[in-house]
Design a protein around this ligand. Structure first.
Ligand SMILES: *[C@@H]1O[C@H](CO)[C@@H](O)[C@H](O)[C@H]1NC(C)=O
Ligand SMILES: *[C@@H]1O[C@H](CO)[C@@H](O)[C@H](O)[C@H]1NC(C)=O
Ligand SMILES: *[C@@H]1O[C@H](CO)[C@@H](O)[C@H](O)[C@H]1NC(C)=O
Ligand SMILES: *[C@@H]1O[C@H](CO)[C@@H](O)[C@H](O)[C@H]1NC(C)=O
Ligand SMILES: *[C@@H]1O[C@H](CO)[C@@H](O)[C@H](O)[C@H]1NC(C)=O
Ligand SMILES: *[C@@H]1O[C@H](CO)[C@@H](O)[C@H](O)[C@H]1NC(C)=O
Length: 392
């Protein structure tokens, strides 16, 4: 390891760094002085001290090389300037080799709000692979829009496939309730609403959803972004995390004390949970850099499935960690203000897919990591594989 570090920091003589990657040696940036061009005032501008051309991979720890593999690439695979069609709720169906995702709900380029719904799209990764095989550059694959019924309002989180369906958490819109829904991914795109209230009170605006491995229990976050982004009334509940057992109908709170709980993920053994808090982003209240941009880690109580032993897993240096995914090596990926940031299981920041702008979510596919970038989708072809999220 020492030899690798020495080689990396002396300009990559042994060719250890694959093309398109840059080593950002933490020791080189511990002292910047008063007038450094690398001093940042706002977390939303990225830390790119090597001036490399975006997009590229930043290596902050040699272990990130095992994530990247020998020849990582990053390509734009779909773009629609002016429309934030690719925001969150990515679901990868490995059988069909397609990715589903939702447009931005409430943001300025989403073209929705109190009066208009967002849309769910689909991109065919076989078409992406075929197009990329014919070029070394970017491609622009047609996105298909799913004609979902009006019971689905402002999809924000997604996981599965869950027993053959897409499992979405929706933020609701105006007085239409936030909900957990199962959607048929094929025509006629019929849906079943599983849950749309907490003992008679509408949720605030459900954000993200995952199923606890080894169970059928659905866990979801409920921040206040529907209200803070102007498409839901004032919150009637704390911003907290719930579990829902669709076989018994029981819904209960498993974690609280958040400013805005957002992304959620579990380790494959179901023993550890991660919840991101994007409190730094306050919608119409603006940015408050003294609030969390933090990933919390918990033990999942084996009996109650409540989240216990809350501790800080990581604080992001840029924007806020939003959606969260894990790879099979235990590394933790989150969409942040400068791209995808990756921590190892001990919470060390090991690298970034540096985009110099905010991504809210990403999903592993057979072709690599699909990164939702609002008006664009990137594919980072890397060696790491995602943990399986399909529930049979
Ligand atoms: C940070 O930058 C913003 C925008 O340029 C400016 O309004 C603010 O005063 C700056 N804050 C500090 C402490 O420099
Ligand atoms: C990056 O660019 C800035 C502005 O052009 C320059 O001041 C700085 O020296 C560059 N940094 C590196 C590491 O090349
Ligand atoms: C809502 O949709 C209508 C019809 O498509 C459109 O004219 C309007 O601009 C949309 N509103 C917003 C806030 O984007
Ligand atoms: C994806 O594209 C491939 C290649 O064109 C096609 O064979 C397949 O049917 C498509 N899948 C879906 C679900 O549309
Ligand atoms: C869609 O409709 C079919 C046929 O009625 C039904 O079997 C299936 O469960 C429905 N799917 C959902 C997600 O509601
Ligand atoms: C990153 O974005 C900022 C502001 O959006 C811009 O000023 C800067 O030039 C960008 N840096 C790179 C490397 O693209």
């Amino acid at each position: 390891m020492a030899a690798v570090l020495a080689a990396l920091s002396s300009g990559n003589p042994g060719g250890m760094l694959p093309p398109g990657t840059v080593y950002v040696d933490p020791l080189a940036y511990n002292v910047l002085g008063a007038n450094s061009p690398d001093l940042r005032n706002m977390s939303f501008s990225g830390f790119n001290p090597t001036n490399s051309t975006v997009p590229f991979f930043q290596v902050l720890d040699p272990s990130f090389l095992a994530v990247l593999g020998p020849s990582p690439t990053i390509h734009s695979i779909a773009a629609n300037p002016g429309f934030a069609f690719a925001h969150e709720a990515p679901v990868y169906d490995p059988t069909l080799n397609v990715v589903y995702f939702a447009s931005n709900a409430g943001g300025s380029l989403g073209y929705n709000g109190w009066y208009n719904n967002s849309v769910v799209g689909m991109i065919n990764m076989t078409e992406v692979d075929q197009a990329l095989a014919d070029t070394t550059g970017d491609v622009n694959i047609q996105v298909t829009t799913l004609d979902l019924p009006d019971t689905v309002q402002m999809v924000n989180g997604g996981t599965g496939p869950y027993k053959g369906n897409l499992l979405f958490s929706t933020s609701g819109r105006a007085l239409l309730p936030p909900s957990l829904v199962l959607a048929n991914p094929a025509p006629p795109y019929n849906v079943t609403v599983l849950l749309d209230n907490f003992f008679g009170r509408q949720f605030n605006s459900l954000n993200d959803v995952k199923v606890l491995p080894g169970t059928d229990i659905i866990f979801f976050t409920d921040p206040a972004y529907g209200y803070l982004n102007g498409f839901r009334p004032e919150p009637m509940l704390p911003s907290q995390v719930y579990r829902f057992d669709s076989s018994t109908g029981q819904v209960r709170v498993v974690a609280d004390h958040f400013v805005q709980p957002n992304g959620i993920a579990f380790t494959p053994d179901g023993k550890t949970a991660f919840v991101t808090d994007t409190g730094v982003s306050g919608g119409f209240r603006g940015t408050d850099q003294t609030l969390p941009a933090t990933i919390y880690q918990y033990d999942v109580d084996p009996t109650t499935r409540s989240f216990t032993n809350a501790r800080v897993f990581a604080y992001s240096d840029s924007g806020a960690p939003d959606g969260i995914q894990l790879d099979t090596m235990g590394n933790v990926y989150s969409g942040c203000g400068d791209g995808v940031q990756v921590w190892n299981s001990a919470g060390t920041l090991i690298g970034k897919v540096f985009l110099n702008g905010t991504t809210a979510e990403m999903i592993f596919t057979q072709s690599g990591l699909v990164i939702l970038y609002e008006e664009r989708i990137y594919l980072a072809s890397i060696q790491a594989q995602g943990i399986p999220l399909t529930i049979l």
